[in-house]
Ligand binder design. Structure first.
Ligand SMILES: [Cu+2]
Length: 144
């Protein structure tokens, strides 16, 4: 449990599933079967959106999954007092859900904290838009 109540207790507006994928023999690591070097799209959040991210580990290793720029709440039954973290271990064959308030506009690294896994491709960009001052111009979130 967190020592203080969670700052944002809105229920998530949507759920995103991310599979942790790889092949231990060939030392290939990825999210949703796609290595970062394959030019994958970023995971997009609308600024201040409340979303649930479900991490599903399809591999036989534990992966400490780390999101930059944010703290998230690990969904563990202690509603309103979920532990707040920026890195969460996902056990082999395991599943972890966290609720995220995407309150930090910008582009953020999202990756396995085992650096060999990150470098092998278990990495994504998380994009939170609009940026500061962009709202009035209603830019698309085209990522170019
Ligand atoms: Cu890993």
């Amino acid at each position: 449990m967190s020592l203080t109540p969670n700052p944002d207790t809105r229920p998530p507006q949507r759920t995103i599933e991310v599979h942790l994928t790889g092949n231990m023999e060939r030392f290939m690591w990825s999210f949703d079967g796609e290595k970062f070097s394959e030019g994958v799209e970023p995971i997009r959040f609308e600024r201040n959106e409340r979303a649930r991210v479900v991490l599903i580990n399809n591999t036989m290793m534990t992966h400490p999954i780390h999101l930059h720029g944010h703290f998230f709440e690990v969904v563990n039954g202690h509603t309103g007092s979920y532990p707040r973290k920026h890195t969460v271990n996902v056990l082999p064959g395991g599943k972890v859900s966290f609720d995220l308030t995407a309150d930090a506009p910008g582009d953020w690294a999202f990756h396995c904290h085992l650096l060999l896994h990150m470098h092998a491709g278990m990495f994504r960009v998380v994009t939170v838009r609009p940026l500061e001052g962009e709202a009035a111009r209603s830019l698309s979130w085209a990522y170019s």
